[in-house]
Design a protein around this ligand. Structure first.
Ligand code: PEP
Ligand code: MN
Length: 274
């Protein structure tokens, strides 16, 4: 299965090869201490990317909206300190040029999956893109979203299944595991899985993580926080940072069962160049 998709190179990291690429960190960058703690632990657990939102698209306008440009500077600094790459959501075309300094993989959020001007602008930018599935969108619509980016000449597109809205309310969204092999086949692009936004509660994140590996996901995007009770965004679904390494151990065993691998991490507190 790993040979059936185009391999996307993001700086030193290949997505879509035999190794699964783990992207992890908090929902939102909140402080220097928080993002550095997250970076240290996720790097030590085998993640290649540090995630963290600086410009948050929240359901409510009164919810925490992120640290903006200062957040991106902290994300870059923390990632560089631990040899990680960065993935973060870009909201609009005006942010793209300045974002290149901070963001290695430009995330298009679920709510923007059909923002056609943004898809085209990132297509023209040639930044590697992570296209999340709109939670109200079919696989077909998601595939067409990717085609807007590809049509502008940017072939560096990674897809992300993050759950869709169904009649089920016990989880925040319903992880559509079938979408992973289907989107891979339709586009020939890597597809990663975000168990966190699908689960909505940390109790279900482990099962969905393992499912995401088993169904052929080329990577994982997982929210983790040093102190989820104090998190300013998506705390209930954040894996406790101290438990992240154990989750990766389990994911590693499933990866091996399906002929893939997840690298072991760099030793704690050793900074390496990216
Ligand atoms: C996120 O990754 O924090 C996020 C907002 O995800 P989504 O766009 O899938 O809701
Ligand atoms: Mn989130």
């Amino acid at each position: 299965m790993s040979d059936s998709v185009r391999r996307i190179q993001v700086r030193s990291c290949e997505i879509g090869g035999p190794e699964l690429v783990v992207m992890a960190g908090p929902c939102a960058i909140e402080s220097r201490a928080q993002i550095f703690q997250a970076a240290e632990v996720v790097a030590a657990s085998g993640a290649r990317f540090l995630r963290g939102g600086a410009f948050k698209v929240r359901t409510s306008p009164t919810a925490f909206q992120g640290l903006g440009w200062d957040g991106w500077a902290l994300l870059r600094e923390a990632a560089d300190a631990f040899g990680l790459l960065t993935v973060s959501e870009i909201l609009n075309e005006d942010q793209i040029d300045r974002a290149r300094r901070y963001v290695d993989l430009a995330q298009i959020g679920s709510r923007n999956m059909q923002n056609i001007p943004l898809l085209k602008a990132l297509g023209r930018s040639r930044m590697p893109v992570l296209l999340k599935r709109g939670f109200g969108c079919t696989i077909d619509e998601w595939v067409h979203g990717a085609e807007y980016i590809l049509a502008e000449g940017n072939q560096d597109v990674v897809m992300c299944e993050r759950g869709i809205r169904t009649f089920e309310t016990a989880t925040r969204f319903t992880l559509d595991v079938a979408a992973v092999p289907i989107a891979k086949k339709r586009l020939g692009l890597p597809v990663i899985v975000d168990p966190s936004h699908a689960a909505g509660q940390r109790d279900w994140v482990e099962s969905l993580t393992l499912s995401g590996v088993a169904c052929g996901g080329d990577g994982l995007l997982i929210e983790t926080h040093p102190n989820p009770a104090e998190a300013k965004s998506d705390g209930p679904q954040a894996v406790v940072l101290g438990e992240f390494g154990a989750l990766m151990e389990k994911a590693r065993r499933v990866a091996e069962a399906v002929g893939r691998s997840i690298p072991v991490g760099a030793p704690l507190a050793v900074a390496v160049s990216r």
